[in-house]
Design a protein around this ligand. Sequence first.
Ligand SMILES: [Zn+2]
Length: 274
Amino acid sequence: MNNNEIVKKTIDEIPTKKYENHVCENCGRKIKYIENKFTGNMLPCKCQCEVEKEEKEKLKVLEEERQKLVMIAKKECFNHKSMWENTFENDNGLNSKMCIARDYVDKWEAMLELNGGLMLIGNVGTGKSYMACAIANALIEKGVKVKMTSFIEITNNIFNASDKVEYVKRLNEYDLLIIDDVGAERNSEYTLENVYWVIDERMNAKKPIIITTNNNLDRQECDKNIYRKRINERLRFVCVPVEMPEDNIREKLARKHNKDAVAALSEGGDLDGD
Ligand SMILES: [Zn+2]
């Protein structure tokens, strides 16, 4: 064992011997010394506070590296930076179904194993996209590869891709694919064929999909369209339906915001020029 190795050992691990009444300048602990058997020199052991400080710094570096990876993953997942903030922590608590999203994240490993997705159904402003974003953000924090997109975007990308097969296959590299606003895409044969292609590839790869949609695909009239019907059948097979509460969260928030504004005005502080 060389000198460095001896010094590195913490005070608790090695047999020590009192040398002088030196104390650590930082924490006031008595510094322990150990004798180097070869030279007879007394060597100070690293103080426990020093060991703890180094551990903390190591953890800080690891956490910074993790944060960087999370940021890269979020950039890749979302099209808008504002979606990074749509998290469970920032949730306003108005969506009573948010607990299902939390459960989904908690049970992610089982969901992945079962190829289990979600179908978040609700009108505009009911919070289904926020819920999907919150799942994405939480899973990214866990190191899961997630992509949130729409069929409109996917169709455009397929149209522009030089290697279309490669593009669709690459979507399966994501552990979770979230497709926002399903049903908003055009009913053209070209679009729907591509939509079906992506879902089919995903199902064959046994990887989960979460979709958000205004329509309950179970009740959807557009089952009359043969392509739509095939798409909806496949989605129903792999996505557990979750209906958003009827309340329009955006409207509720707007009402609250206005109420707050009215209250602020009637307090009169700023208006009176006090
Ligand atoms: Zn110390």
